[in-house]
Design a binder for this molecule. Structure first.
Ligand code: SF4
Ligand code: SF4
Length: 192
């Protein structure tokens, strides 16, 4: 991170703290409705905190950090992508130094350009979580985890590509993969 800038860019730079960016991230995730999807994912064995030494039984995360706050699983990546939020989320967290795996070395004080304004999109994740809950009943145990992995893979491929035809083809695969998510697609139509 380059820190404070000069000239025209100066007013875009915002001093902040590690605690403040974590809180901004959590508020944003709440605005997206991430918790609603986690409530279906965790009892199905999909938890991303599985076997983490900082996970306290019945309490949750004992060491909230910038890395885990910024990280998106396949389900959340998909919701962010479909809602057009993924670039702003990634751009913001690219400004936050010291992200590691399940911990951070983020300094207490630093500066970022831009800020995260929480969206009001809980209805979208609510619809997705309802579909996920309904569909998982008739599927094998590994289905949910496999789906999460595929969504993650497709979206990374889209984000890494500069080829519009490839992006279109991959979006079509995403659509086929989620074609049974009827409530979600109806909810998504409200965004247009
Ligand atoms: S993998 Fe995703 S949906 Fe599952 S618990 Fe983690 S953040 Fe929540
Ligand atoms: S450090 Fe990360 S992986 Fe570990 S419990 Fe906290 S949020 Fe979960």
């Amino acid at each position: 991170m380059s820190g404070f800038r000069t000239g025209e860019q100066k007013e875009l730079v915002r001093p902040t703290t590690k605690q403040e960016v974590i809180e901004a991230g959590l508020t944003y995730l709440e605005g997206v409705g991430a918790d609603l999807i986690c409530k279906v994912c965790i009892p199905s064995g999909g938890s991303c905190c599985l076997s983490c030494p900082f996970l306290n039984d019945g309490v949750g995360c004992g060491q909230r950090n910038t890395s885990c706050t910024s990280w998106l699983c396949g389900f959340l990546k998909y919701i962010y992508y479909e809602a057009g939020l993924i670039r702003e989320w990634k751009d913001f967290w690219d400004e936050v130094p010291g992200q590691q795996f399940r911990y951070d070395t983020t300094p207490r004080d630093f500066a970022v350009r831009g800020w995260l304004e929480p969206p009001k999109l809980r209805f979208l994740s609510e619809a997705f979580a309802d579909d996920l809950q309904r569909l998982r009943r008739d599927r094998p145990a590994f289905w949910l985890v496999e789906l999460k992995g595929k969504l993650d893979w497709y979206i990374d491929e889209i984000l890494d590509s500069n080829n519009p035809k490839f992006v279109k083809r991959t979006e079509a695969k995403l659509y086929r993969l989620t074609s049974d998510f009827q409530r979600f697609h109806q909810a998504k139509a409200q965004l247009n």
